[in-house]
Structures are given as structure tokens and as C-alpha cells.
Design a protein around this ligand. Structure first.
Ligand code: CTP
Ligand code: MG
Length: 215
């Protein structure tokens, strides 16, 4: 079967505060260019959702479409723009994606039809009370933080998105929509380096990591 990488990159980057986040550079390459380059060798095509009126910079091995108001809508448009049997959804904002993780994810998707990269929590967890007071502690036993890429048989993810849209249900990732259908989603162990560049502190980490990554 065929495989497409779908990259939502149509967000505003509000929390980072440097304009369109996918085009922000670390170590001389944009977050988007790094994500495309990581995935392109392993798939038949790469599709990127960009803000309307934005063009793909030259040199990227990908095709661009217009994104939506939310990440969920951007992914839905990407899903409609491909006929691939299998899709790998990956945030442009997670630039440090290794081939080993892509192989592990593809293997899991081939077995179960749905899988996501995720990372067991290392920090203790607590519920905040009155916004910044220590409340009830939460056990981190069995708690994983969800990352991307996430892989699915395309038909299955299309159905999950259609159901979510019909119900007005919003989720921050695609595996959540599939799990909501009662389907099995395999967890593939990710990597701390797959963190999402969200805040200025994350960008500082990414700039440091880029030097090691590219060496
Ligand atoms: N995304 C998208 N379409 C949207 C919103 C987000 O394609 N309407 C993409 C972003 O470009 C990013 C990924 O989804 O690659 C994860 O989103 P996030 O980290 O929240 O990025 P932004 O929405 O751009 O950032 P912020 O929430 O701080 O504005
Ligand atoms: Mg966002």
C-alpha cells in the first residue's frame, strides 16, 4: 500500500510569538523543513497544511494545501487531499524526528491500524487548586504524554474525523479521535527530543539540540 505524511503547519504560533511558527528556523533550517526532510524518505508523498495565502518555501519535497481554523480541521483537509492507504500525521513543530521512530511507528500501524508515538511521564503530577495551589496528587503510573507522529489506516481516521465533526467534538490530536471510536491505538515509545516547540523556552532547547542533531 501507499503511505502519505500529513503535516499540519497552519497554526499562528501565538505562544512562541515569532509569527508563523513552521517557518521559524533552528540551526539554519525551519521547523517545517526539518519535519519534511525527516519523513520524505519513508513515504510516497508529503502534504503540508499552510495558512491560506502562504506558499511552501522552495526546496521542500512536499505539496501544500490550505489549512483550517483548528488543527483538527487542518488534518481533515489533509486527509481529503490524499488517497494513500496509510497516513502519518506529524506536527511541523516537532522537528527532531528520527528514522528509528518512523520505522517503529510504521510497524505498529501495519499491525493495529492506529498508533501514536508517546512518552511515559517522568515528572510527578498534581492537580492545581485555585489556579496555583497544590491540590490532589495524581499518580504518574501508566501515564504517557502523547507526541507525534501518529499513524493510521486513512479510512479509519477519516471516519473518526467525520464522527467528531458530526458530534462537535474537539481533540488536540488524531489518536484521541480514533480511541473515542472504541478502536485500539498502539503506543510506540517516543523520545524527549520529539518535544513540541511551543514556547520561547522550547525554542531555546531546540536551538541547542539542533547543533548536536546536525553534527
Ligand atoms: N496547526 C494547524 N492548523 C491550525 C492550528 C495548528 O495546522 N489551525 C498545526 C500547527 O502549525 C502545529 C501543530 O498544529 O504544527 C500543533 O499546534 P500548536 O503547537 O498549537 O501550533 P500553533 O497553533 O501554531 O501555536 P499556538 O497554539 O501557540 O498559536
Ligand atoms: Mg495551537
Amino acid at each position: 500500500g501507499t503511505t502519505a505524511a500529513l503535516i499540519p503547519a497552519a497554526g499562528n504560533g501565538t505562544r512562541l510569538g515569532l509569527g508563523h511558527k513552521a517557518f521559524v528556523e533552528v540551526g539554519g533550517l525551519s521547523l517545517l523543513a526539518r519535519s519534511v526532510a525527516a519523513l520524505a524518505p519513508h513515504v510516497d508523498e508529503v502534504l503540508v497544511a499552510l495558512p491560506d495565502g502562504t506558499e511552501l518555501p522552495p526546496g521542500l519535497d512536499a505539496r501544500a494545501i490550505g489549512g483550517g481554523e483548528t488543527r483538527q480541521e487542518s488534518v481533515r483537509r489533509l486527509l481529503r487531499a490524499t488517497v494513500a492507504d496509510t497516513v502519518l500525521i506529524h506536527d511541523a513543530a516537532r522537528p527532531f524526528l528520527s528514522a528509528d521512530i518512523i520505522y517503529a511507528l510504521l510497524e505498529a500501524v501495519a499491525e493495529t491500524g492506529a498508533a501514536t508515538v508517546a512518552l511515559p511521564m517522568a515528572d510527578s503530577l498534581v492537580n492545581a487548586e485555585e489556579s496555583d495551589m497544590w491540590g490532589a496528587a495524581v499518580s504518574r503510573e501508566g501515564i504517557w504524554a502523547v507526541q507525534t507522529p501518529q499513524g493510521f489506516r486513512r479510512e479509519l481516521l477519516l471516519r473518526a474525523h467525520a464522527q467528531a465533526a458530526a458530534d462537535g467534538y474537539a481533540a488536540t490530536d488524531d489518536a484521541g479521535l480514533v480511541a473515542r471510536q472504541g478502536l485500539v491505538v498502539r503506543l510506540v515509545r517516543g523520545d524527549a527530543r520529539l518535544f513540541k516547540v511551543t514556547t520561547p523556552g522550547d525554542l531555546a532547547l531546540a536551538q541547542g539540540l539542533a547543533q548536536m542533531w546536525d553534527a
